[in-house]
Design a binder for this molecule. Structure first.
Ligand code: MLT
Length: 397
C-alpha cells in the first residue's frame, strides 16, 4: 500500500500566491470588465536587459552547431558564471570564495526548500515572522517544527535574538515581505548567536541589488565568522528580471560544517554537491550565459537602471500612501512596501482593495501571524500601473 507523506495533509491548503490567484480569478469571472492591477506577487514587468537577450540569442546559436553545442552542463554550474559571481558579487566586497563554493541553481526558491534534503528532520527551524512562505511550507512538508520570531515595528522588523537554541535559522534581508534591512551590527548579532549555539543560518539575499544605503551589508559573509555558520542564497530573478528565465546560486563555504546525528562534524559543501549531482542537472546553458552577461560594465549599467526604475515606483508608493495618512515601512532598500492597514484584518482589507479599487496586494497575514494588520505592495509594476493603483487605493481608503 502506498502512503502519502502525511505532512502534506497538515499544511495550509494552498500556497499563499496560489490562494491570492484563486480569489482574483473568482473576482475576474464575476466582473469580466474589471481592469485589475496586480501589485501582489513580486513578479517583474520590465523586459530583460539588452545584454541578457543578446547573450541568450548567442547561446542559442552556440547550440545550433556541433562544435559549440552544449548538452548536460556541470551540476554545479559553468565556471564562466561562477567566476564572474565571485569576482563581482564577493571579491569586490572583500570576500574570498573559490568556484567550488558556488552552486548555480534554477533560482533561490528551489534551493531554499531543497536545502532541507541534507538537514535532519529533527532540527527546529527558526523564521522571522512575517516570513516568505517557502521556508515554512517546505520545512512543514518535511515534518520539522517551526519557531516564529516576531518582527514588529518596535524591533525594526529584524527580530530579537532568541533566548532559546534554534538549530536552523532562516534570515532574509532586504526582507520579503517587510522591505526591512539589517545593519552590520544587527547581522553580527545573528552570526554571534549562530556561532555560540551551533545554529546554521540560511541567508536569503535575493533582494541585495536593491540596497542603496552603502552602510547596509549585501552578503552575510561581510560579517566575520559567517563562513562557519551560514549558507547564502541569491537569485537573478529580481536582480536581472529572471523570474521566467530561472537562474540563481547558493554559496556553501568549505569551512562550514555541522554535527551529524552520530556525533562527528560533517562539511556541508560536499554533501550538497552529492545531493545536486543526484537530483539536479544544472541550470540551462542559455540562462547561465544570460546571467553571465549582467557582470559586464554595460550589463551592470543596464540592470541598475531597471532596479532604479522599480525603486522609483517604491518611492511613489511610500510617499503617496504616507501623504494619505497610512503608516508605511520598507521600499527604500527593497522592492516591497509594508503598509499598516486601516482595519486590522489584512485579508478583509485585501478583499476591500480587490473589490473597490481592483488592485491586488498581498495580505500580511499570509506571511505569518505577525503580518496581521499589514499588506505588502510590490514595486515591480510598471510606473503607470503603480501610479494608477495607488490613486485607486487612495480613493477607497
Ligand atoms: C514574492 O512575491 O514574494 C516573490 O515574488 C515570490 C518568489 O520570489 O518566489
Amino acid at each position: 500500500m502506498a502512503y502519502i507523506n502525511d505532512n502534506f495533509t497538515k499544511i495550509q491548503h494552498r500556497y499563499l500566491f496560489a490562494e491570492i490567484a484563486k480569489r482574483v480569478a473568482a473576482y475576474k469571472e464575476a466582473n469580466p470588465a474589471a481592469k485589475i492591477i496586480s501589485l501582489g506577487i513580486g513578479d517583474v514587468t520590465q523586459p530583460l536587459a539588452q545584454v541578457v537577450t543578446n547573450a541568450m540569442h548567442k547561446a542559442v546559436d552556440d547550440c545550433a552547431s556541433v562544435s559549440s553545442f552544449h548538452g548536460y552542463g556541470p551540476e554545479q554550474g559553468y565556471d564562466f558564471l561562477r567566476e564572474k559571481i565571485i569576482a563581482n558579487d564577493y571579491a569586490k566586497r572583500g570576500i574570498t570564495l573559490s568556484t567550488d563554493e558556488v552552486f548555480i541553481s534554477d533560482g533561490a526558491k528551489s534551493d531554499l526548500g531543497n536545502i532541507g534534503d541534507i538537514l535532519s528532520v529533527n532540527n527546529t527551524i527558526g523564521v522571522t515572522d512575517p516570513v516568505y512562505p517557502v521556508y515554512v511550507d517546505t520545512n512543514s512538508m518535511a515534518g520539522r517544527q517551526i519557531r516564529y520570531i516576531p518582527c514588529t515595528a518596535e524591533n525594526g522588523f529584524t527580530g530579537d535574538i532568541p533566548s532559546e537554541k534554534i538549530d536552523v535559522m532562516y534570515l532574509c534581508f532586504p526582507n520579503n515581505p517587510t522591505g526591512a534591512v539589517i545593519t552590520r551590527q544587527g547581522l553580527k548579532q545573528w552570526v554571534d548567536y549562530a556561532l555560540k549555539n551551533d545554529t546554521l543560518i540560511l541567508y536569503d539575499s535575493a533582494y541585495e541589488a536593491f540596497i542603496t544605503d552603502p552602510a547596509i551589508p549585501h552578503s552575510i559573509y561581510e560579517i566575520d565568522g559567517a563562513k562557519e555558520c551560514a549558507i547564502e542564497f541569491r537569485s537573478f530573478s529580481k536582480t536581472a528580471g529572471f523570474t521566467g528565465i530561472r537562474c540563481g546560486y547558493t554559496v556553501i563555504p568549505n569551512e562550514l560544517n555541522i554535527q551529524s546525528e552520530s556525533g562527528n562534524r560533517v562539511a556541508l559543501n560536499p554533501v550538497w554537491n552529492r545531493r545536486q549531482c543526484s537530483k539536479f542537472n544544472g541550470a540551462s546553458y542559455i540562462s547561465q550565459r544570460g546571467a553571465e552577461s549582467i557582470f559586464s560594465p554595460e550589463g551592470q549599467q543596464q540592470i541598475h537602471s531597471i532596479i532604479r526604475y522599480y525603486l522609483t515606483n517604491a518611492g511613489i508608493i511610500r510617499q503617496s500612501l504616507q501623504k494619505s495618512g497610512l503608516t508605511v515601512f520598507g521600499g527604500e532598500n527593497a522592492p516591497y512596501i509594508w503598509v499598516k492597514t486601516p482595519e486590522h484584518d489584512s485579508w478583509k482589507f485585501f478583499d476591500h482593495l480587490l473589490h473597490h479599487a481592483q488592485v491586488v496586494v498581498t495580505p500580511g497575514a499570509g506571511f505569518g501571524p505577525s503580518g496581521e494588520g499589514y499588506i505588502r505592495i510590490t514595486a515591480f509594476g510598471t510606473k503607470e500601473s503603480t501610479k494608477e493603483a495607488i490613486e485607486r487605493i487612495e480613493g477607497c481608503l
